[in-house]
Design a protein around this ligand. Structure first.
Ligand SMILES: NC(=O)c1ccc[n+]([C@@H]2O[C@H](COP(=O)([O-])OP(=O)(O)OC[C@H]3O[C@@H](n4cnc5c(N)ncnc54)[C@H](O)[C@@H]3O)[C@@H](O)[C@H]2O)c1
Length: 353
């Protein structure tokens, strides 16, 4: 099949590109190459006849239209987005422009392409979203996000993603565009940009720097290994029911403190410090404003209807991830120079954009 992947130079998009090429699909990677992009994530795929790349900003409707008309995809997998909650607090406008207006452009370009192609039966628009659109859960472990949970986004990032989900649904209901939507929990794994919690903790630990934990570390996230997410995404893109959304999660709830302690234990074993334990570096810092307390996914729909389940436990996934960062300094070292990386963002004190 021919897949157009927006945001294919990012963390999750590149995992999708790598898996799709491995499966023999033809891929057009459409990415603006923002601060969060790394074409190195797909450097092995570059040589493949199945792969092509086009630098394109989804805020440029004509550019997207040209790319779709030229490539003629069977499926558009839309991942391009501003993705960092802390950056959305300091500068929400990029999130509105890319995540909302950009998604509108990709939808309109896809609709025109699909209509002019005679509405091919197999065409799909797959919108990749987050569980953060559902808001924050109480502590009760029985309560999890289902596909029917009302939307209640609480950060500029999650509000922009929620808006884009609504647009995608509206394009299905109004224009008949064959869409599928997925809402996934927190991902982690190789090629995770070093501004997100897990890579920050690994790299700060290796540098002997403080390991910052927001608030008291009690916030709970449901962690999913990125390659398991990529598997789920291809499955939904190919076999998901049109008009339906699917929650994807790892069933791996951990508090941030537990997660950081687990990373510290792995590092204590594989690369011990000369003195003390890595957990000695844990430092509690001022919480993020509006920090959601708990996310947890009920993934029974994708499991029961499409037969997907995660293949990696969080212990195994963290071990693989720590090993990957230890072995790939050449990948992450240059990224530490990018704007904002290593700085405390999202305190709400930055000037609004
Ligand atoms: N990271 C997670 O834990 C997670 C969980 C659930 C859903 N998601 C969603 O998955 C998608 C990918 O997330 P990620 O973590 O890989 O993000 P990322 O920040 O690592 O990558 C985003 C990619 O999109 C590109 N991009 C940004 N703005 C663009 C624009 N205007 N035009 C074209 N390309 C642009 C960037 O260059 C980058 O390559 C996002 O839509 C995100 O909301 C992420």
């Amino acid at each position: 099949m021919r897949l157009c992947v927006t945001g294919g130079a990012g963390f999750i998009g590149s995992a999708v590109v790598r898996l799709a090429i491995k499966r023999g699909h033809e891929v057009l990677n459409l990415d603006a190459l923002t601060y969060a992009a790394c074409l190195e994530n797909v450097s092995d795929e570059e040589a493949s006849a199945l792969y092509r790349f086009k630098q394109c900003d989804i805020r440029d409707r004509e550019g997207v239209q040209e790319a779709l008309d030229d490539f003629k995809p069977d499926i558009v997998m839309h991942l391009a987005a501003e993705s960092h909650v802390d950056r959305s607090i300091d500068g929400p406008s990029d999130f509105i422009e890319t995540n909302i207006n950009g998604t509108f452009n990709v939808l309109e370009a896809a609709r025109k392409y699909w209509e002019e192609a005679g509405k091919p039966e197999r065409f799909r628009f797959h919108h990749i979203s987050t569980d953060e659109v559902y808001g924050s859960l109480p502590a009760d472990p029985e309560v999890k996000f289902t596909e029917g949970t009302p939307y209640d986004p609480r950060s500029p990032y999650s509000a922009s993603k929620a808006s884009s989900d609504h647009l995608v649904r509206a394009w299905h209901e109004t224009y008949g565009l064959p869409v599928v939507i997925t809402n996934c929990s927190n991902n982690y794994g190789p090629y995770h940009f070093p501004e997100k919690l897990i890579p920050v903790v690994i790299l700060n630990a290796l540098a002997g720097q403080p390991l910052p934990i927001y608030g008291d570390g009690s916030n709970i996230r449901d962690w999913l290994y990125v390659e398991d997410h990529a598997e789920a995404l291809l499955l939904v893109a190919e076999r998901g029911e049109v008009g339906r959304s699917y929650n994807i999660g790892g069933d791996n709830e951990r508090t941030n403190l537990e997660l950081v302690q687990a990373i510290c234990s792995i590092l204590d074993r594989v690369q011990p410090r000369s003195e003390g334990l890595y957990s000695d570096l844990i430092t509690f810092v001022t919480d993020r404003p509006g920090h959601d307390a708990r996310y947890a996914i009920n993934a029974s729909r994708i499991r029961d209807e499409l037969g997907w389940q995660p293949s990696v436990t969080v212990e195994e996934g963290l071990e693989r991830t720590v090993t990957w960062y230890l072995e790939n300094e050449a990948w992450w070292q240059p990224l530490l120079e990018r704007k904002g990386v290593g700085e405390r963002l999202g305190t709400g004190k930055a000037k609004s954009a």
